[in-house]
Design a protein around this ligand. Structure first.
Ligand code: NIG
Ligand code: FE
Length: 410
């Protein structure tokens, strides 16, 4: 089955040669082709070019006059499997309580874990599937999803099996991260060592046996997991061939970035609290820094210094962190706007950060994240809009007309 999209006003995000990711000055480079076509053969992009060379042998033709065509977004950090929303905490926050105070008052991650324990795998699956379908309509074509609201062998496995089912039943490319080290469960409060042993000796072996996780995550933060505990967990995961992607430097500068890099993390995520030492360490590594602007927006904490990081020569990824407690949104167009207005990224930098760089942060850069022959045809066709910049500029409106995943309009 061949699908032709023709009369495209601007085909944006072309990368001819496969490349890892964009960093420093190159992060602002976006190649495009005006008045063009793109041809899809089955699930993949087979060709593109100027309208003067447009083929006429397709089974299906989509007219994209006045529209832009972009690669679908790659959201490399989410927690979309959860049992209940937490809008009560939203009200507490409005009244002045901090994220840490809400957690100490029985809210936070432990609240989500209590709800998830009593939720069946089927119900969890149905709720997560609805969220996945929602974000796909916002243009997301690849997503990483974490466990971490289980915090027991049974519930962590339940979450990861839900993610596996989503991956089996959805055309969206999905990666799973095991985040058993998200918080110390209440019953282990006085014996945290025993919980870390449980992660290492019970959870990880079963997860590895069932091949349930692509990555291992740890919330390395004051009051959660120390650098030493993080190191132990990541080394145990590495012994099963599971590499790290970790929560680092969200609330404080503790050495989380460095321990991630030392363990060859694919990415270190959050980074609201960054010193020069962290930037220097990242410059000497292949670990990609990932920033989460909607978390800063929602819980009112500083934004990661993304501008400074890019100016220092780093590449960055932007992701939603979609979760019920610190970022209840999976809307990437809104993130683009936050990245521009709050982090001072140009629209082009923000675009690359959620396409090719997002793909890299999920090790999918050979398959996704750009308009490249042979890559999966995960594409966004916009409405009639003047430019890429218009998407973050006219924030809150829906600028997407169609989304194609693996060559099919969804
Ligand atoms: O990425 N920081 C840790 N974990 C999530 C928040 C989880 C929650 O509050 O439920 C995050 O922000
Ligand atoms: Fe997160």
């Amino acid at each position: 089955m061949k699908t032709l999209i023709k009369n495209i006003k601007n085909l944006i995000g072309i990368i001819e040669e496969s490349q890892a990711y964009k960093k420093g000055k190159a992060l602002s480079e976006v190649s495009f082709l005006e008045h063009s076509y793109i041809l899809i053969d089955g699930e993949k992009i087979s060709d593109y070019g100027p309208m003067s060379e447009c083929p006429n042998n397709a089974d299906q033709v989509i007219d994209a006059s006045n529209k832009l065509v972009l690669p679908a977004w790659c959201d490399s950090h989410t927690h979309i499997v959860f049992a209940a929303s937490r809008e009560k905490e939203f009200e507490m926050k409005i009244k002045g309580m901090s994220y840490e105070e809400i957690a100490a008052a029985g809210g936070g991650i432990l609240n989500s874990a209590r709800k998830l324990k009593d939720c069946s795998e089927d119900t969890l699956y149905d709720m997560a599937k609805a969220r996945l379908e929602e974000v796909t309509k916002f243009g997301t074509g690849a997503i990483e999803i974490k466990s971490g609201y289980g915090l027991s062998v049974e519930s962590e496995l339940k979450m990861l099996r839900v993610i596996r089912r989503l991956a089996a039943n959805s055309p969206v490319s999905i990666k799973a991260s095991f985040l058993g080290a998200h918080a110390i469960p209440t019953e282990y409060k006085e014996k945290r060592e025993a919980y870390i042993d449980l992660i290492i000796n019970e959870m990880l072996p079963q997860i590895a046996e069932e091949k349930l996780a692509d990555y291992c995550d740890v919330f390395c933060e004051k009051g959660f997991f120390t650098v030493e505990e993080t190191d132990r967990i990541l080394k145990a995961a590495a012994s099963y061939g599971i590499p790290p992607k970790i929560h680092a430097n969200q609330l404080s500068c503790t050495g989380a970035v460095q321990v991630g890099i030392a363990n060859n993390a694919i990415s270190v995520d959050h980074l609201e609290m960054m010193g020069q030492a962290e930037i220097d360490a990242l410059l000497n590594s292949d670990t990609i820094p990932t920033v989460l602007p909607s978390c800063s927006y929602y819980i009112n904490i500083p934004y990661a210094p993304a501008r400074k990081m890019i100016d220092a020569g780093l590449g960055i990824t932007i992701a939603t962190d979609f979760n019920p407690g610190s970022s209840p949104s999976g809307n990437i167009p809104f993130l683009l706007s936050l990245a521009c207005t709050k982090m001072k990224l140009t629209p082009e930098e923000a675009f690359n950060a959620v396409t090719i760089n997002g793909a890299y942060a999920m090790q999918l850069e050979d398959q996704l994240g750009s308009i490249t022959k042979g890559k999966l045809a995960n594409l966004i066709i916009t409405k009639n809009i003047p430019s890429l910049t218009y998407i973050p500029y006219m924030f809150g409106s829906n600028h997407i007309d169609k989304v194609l995943i693996r060559g099919k309009v969804i």
